[in-house]
Write a protein that binds this ligand. Structure first.
Ligand code: CP3
Length: 358
C-alpha cells in the first residue's frame, strides 16, 4: 500500500504513543507492553482464577475487563491487551474445546476431513460479542489520559488462519503439525475452504473489537514458524494477507506476530501488516532490516531473561533499545509470552527501564 495515500497518516496524531508507534509516527519515548501480561505469573490473576475457569473469565466481560485493567495498571505499561483467547471463535464455528489443566487446549473432535470443514459455521460471529463488551469496559476505563498526558492503547486480537487451523486439525498443541500439513498438502479443497472460513470469521470478530474501541489488532500466528518459506507462501500468505487487509480497512493498525520466524520475516511483511512481532532468536536490528524500514517492529526480549539477575536483565533491555536506536516504529515487548513463575517485580523493573532509557 502507498503510505502517502493512507488516510490514517493524515489524520490527527492519536493520543496514545503506542498507537503512534504502530503507525511509525514520532513518539516521546518507546512504548512498552508484554505478551501475556495478564496471566498465571501474577497473584492478582491467580486470585481470580481460584473462582473462575479460564473460559469463564473470557466470557464474563466484568471479570475479563477487570483482569485486563489490573495487569496494565500494576505493570504501568502503555497498552492493554484484552483478556480473551485465540480459540474462542471455535465455539460459534461449531467446534467444542476445553482447557485441560497442565495440557493446554483440547478440541473434542478435531477437523480432519472436507465434510467436517464444510460443516463449520461462519454465521454466528455475534456469539462472540462478550469480547466486544469487555473491550468497551476497558476502553471506557482508560478513556481519560494518564498523568503523563498519554492515552493507554487498547489491543484487540485474533489468531491467524494457519495457527487456528493447526489447533482445529491437531486437536491441541503440536510438535510436528503432521495432521495439519497432511491436509495442507493432500486436500487442497478442504484446506482452502478452511482458510476461507477462518478469514471470514476472524474478520468479523476483529470488526466487532474495533467497533467496541480496540485501537490496534494483533494477529497471532504463533506457530507459523513451523512452515518453510515455500509452504508459508503457497498455503498461508494469500489468506493471511486478506485478513490483514480487511482489518486495516477498519482503520486500525495491525501487528502480525509469530515465533521462530527469522526466515519468514520478509514474507510476513508482504501481508501489509503495520508492525511485525520479532522473537528473541533474531537480533532486533537484523529482524527490522529483514522486514524493511517501511514497517514497525515489536519485541524482542527473551521472556526467560525476566528470571535473570538485575544487571543481566537490564543489559538485555538496553541491548534491545540500542538496536532499535529510537527509530519511529519500535514497540518494546518480549519475543513471546510471560511464563508462569516469572517474578512480577522484574517485569515492573523492565517497564521502568524502558521509560528511563527508551
Ligand atoms: O495478557 C494476555 O496476553 C492474556 C490474554 C491471552 C490469553 N491467550 C489468555 C490465556 C492471549 C493474548 C492469548 C492468546 C493465545 N491463546 C495464543 C497466542 C499467544 C501465544 O502465546 O503465542 C495461543 C497460542 C493461545 C492458545 C492457548 N491458550 C494455549 C496454548 C494455552 C495453554 C498455554 C499454557 O501455558 O497452559 C492457553 C491458555 C491461556 N490463555 C492462559 C491464559 C492466561 C493460561 C491458562 C490459564 O489461565 O489457565
Amino acid at each position: 500500500m502507498n503510505a502517502t495515500l493512507d488516510p490514517r497518516q493524515a489524520a490527527p496524531a492519536h493520543g496514545s504513543r503506542f498507537v503512534r508507534a504502530c503507525l511509525r509516527q514520532p513518539v516521546d519515548r518507546t512504548p512498552v507492553w508484554f505478551l501475556r501480561q495478564a496471566g498465571r505469573y501474577m497473584p492478582e490473576y491467580m486470585a481470580v482464577r481460584k473462582h473462575h475457569s479460564l473460559l469463564d473469565i473470557c466470557r464474563t466481560p466484568e471479570v475479563a475487563s477487570e483482569v485486563t485493567i489490573t495487569a496494565a495498571e500494576r505493570l504501568g505499561v502503555d497498552a492493554a491487551i484484552i483478556f480473551a483467547d485465540l480459540l474462542l471463535p471455535f465455539t460459534p464455528m461449531g467446534l467444542d474445546f476445553e482447557f485441560v489443566a497442565g495440557e493446554g487446549p483440547q478440541v473434542n473432535t478435531p477437523v480432519r476431513s472436507f465434510e467436517h470443514v464444510k460443516a463449520l459455521r461462519t454465521d454466528r460471529i455475534d456469539d462472540l460479542s462478550y469480547v466486544a463488551l469487555s473491550i468497551e469496559k476497558v476502553a471506557k476505563h482508560f478513556a481519560p489520559p494518564r498523568a503523563d498526558g498519554d492515552q493507554l492503547g487498547i489491543i484487540g486480537f485474533c489468531g491467524a488462519p494457519f495457527t487456528l487451523a493447526s489447533y482445529m486439525i491437531e486437536g491441541g498443541s503440536s510438535r510436528n503439525y503432521i495432521e495439519t500439513k497432511k491436509m495442507m498438502y493432500s486436500d487442497g479443497a478442504a484446506w482452502s475452504m478452511l482458510m476461507e472460513k477462518l478469514v471470514t470469521v476472524l474478520t468479523g470478530f476483529a470488526a466487532q473489537q474495533v467497533e467496541a474501541g480496540a485501537d490496534v489488532i494483533q494477529i497471532f500466528d504463533s506457530w507459523a514458524g513451523a512452515l518453510s518459506v515455500t509452504d508459508y507462501r503457497q498455503y498461508c500468505l494469500s489468506w493471511t494477507t486478506q485478513l490483514v487487509e480487511s482489518v486495516r480497512a477498519l482503520g486500525v493498525p495491525v501487528i502480525y506476530f509469530g515465533v521462530d520466524t527469522a526466515s519468514l520475516l520478509p514474507t510476513m511483511r508482504e501481508t501489509g501488516a503495520d508492525v511485525i512481532g520479532l522473537d528473541w532468536r533474531i537480533p532486533l536490528a537484523e529482524g527490522w532490516e529483514a522486514v524493511g524500514s517501511g514497517c514497525g517492529v515489536q519485541g524482542n526480549l527473551d521472556p526467560i531473561a525476566l528470571f535473570a539477575p538485575e544487571d543481566i536483565l537490564r543489559a538485555r533491555v538496553k541491548e534491545v533499545l540500542d538496536a532499535a536506536a529510537k527509530k519511529p516504529g519500535h514497540i518494546f515487548n518480549l519475543g513471546h509470552g510471560i511464563v508462569p513463575g516469572t517474578p512480577v517485580d522484574n517485569v515492573i523493573r523492565v517497564v521502568e527501564w524502558v521509560k528511563e532509557l527508551g
